[in-house]
Design a protein around this ligand. Structure first.
Ligand code: SF4
Ligand code: SF4
Length: 282
């Protein structure tokens, strides 16, 4: 008992206060950004990109990054001799529409252009496509708790679904419950059954063997429900795009409310995505 008390006094509070306070992101690799004015349109980055995330048209001098596909691997920055691509520390990238992760004016890759299920084209889930008033992304913890209580009448219950991931995204989701992130301070907790869940956090590409399980889990979750795609695999198929065994995004199987890019997205990026999804259930 004495030792426990001593440790409590000895060690500082570990829990970070995101989203109230954004902690230093200096050590984290975030969104890659293209500076077209510096680009010589050699196409080296597009050739090097392992997930075909760079939409490139040399003749038309157009270039852009499809962030739903990007795995933040830094290879494009390394290979670019003109210094036109820079990795940033930005991690708050989650969007409610997959189309928003594809920059205006960019040229879609062939497979992406052929893809039938852009987020804007499919039906939405809990409420219809109408835009609800947005809750401030930088919502304070107390306000967020009140918002969740107002919407659900209790804390938000999440069921995580691994639909065929490498497990990195799942480790980051696991980290939401550690003392550093402590997502329960926001009134959000994880449950074991989809029947008790308000939100599904889905990782992985929805492999052939997991497709039926994913759809059944979605059907078993009571309405109103939210679906959040976590990581490049769930958003677009990531580096496994166009494989015979995977889907190019879970939205070909179930409706998705929010897409969180990254490979894997860090815990704060996932918290940001969950907050974005909560804006939709008013
Ligand atoms: S950081 Fe993204 S855009 Fe750049 S090479 Fe890697 S996957 Fe492609
Ligand atoms: S997005 Fe990246 S980290 Fe997440 S499951 Fe896919 S390969 Fe793994």
């Amino acid at each position: 008992m004495f030792n426990t008390l001593k440790k409590i006094i000895q060690y500082p509070r570990l829990t970070q206060e995101y989203p109230k306070i954004i902690n230093s992101t200096a050590n984290f690799i975030g969104q890659p950004v293209i500076h077209p004015e510096r680009c010589c349109f050699c196409g080296a980055c597009a050739q090097r990109c392992p997930s075909q995330a760079i939409a490139f048209d040399g003749a038309a001098r157009r270039i852009g990054i499809n962030y739903d596909q990007c795995v933040f691997c830094v290879l494009c920055e390394d290979v670019c001799q003109s210094g036109a691509i820079r990795m940033t520390h930005c991690f708050e990238l989650a969007e409610r529409s997959r189309a928003k992760l594809r920059p205006d004016g960019s040229v879609l890759t062939e497979s992406a252009a052929a893809e039938p299920n852009t987020a804007d084209a499919k039906p939405t889930l809990v409420i219809h496509e109408a835009d609800v008033p947005a809750m401030a992304d930088e919502a304070l913890t107390g306000e967020l708790k009140k918002h969740i209580m107002k919407v659900f009448g209790r804390s938000l219950q999440i069921r995580e679904v691994d639909s065929g991931s490498c497990n990195a995204c799942d480790y980051e989701i696991n980290a939401l419950n550690n003392p550093v992130n402590d997502i329960e301070r926001l009134g959000i907790s994880f449950v074991a059954s989809p029947r008790h869940a308000d939100m599904l956090l889905v990782t992985g590409t929805a492999t052939r063997n997991m497709q039926q399980a994913l759809v059944k889990t979605y059907q078993a979750t009571p309405d109103p429900k939210l679906v959040v795609a976590v990581g490049a695999c769930a958003c677009s198929g990531g580096i496994f795009r166009d494989s015979y065994a995977t889907n190019n995004g879970i939205d070909s199987l179930i409706p998705v409310d929010v897409y969180i890019p990254g490979c894997p997205p860090r815990p704060q990026a996932i918290i940001y995505g969950i907050l974005k999804a909560l804006e939709r259930v008013e």
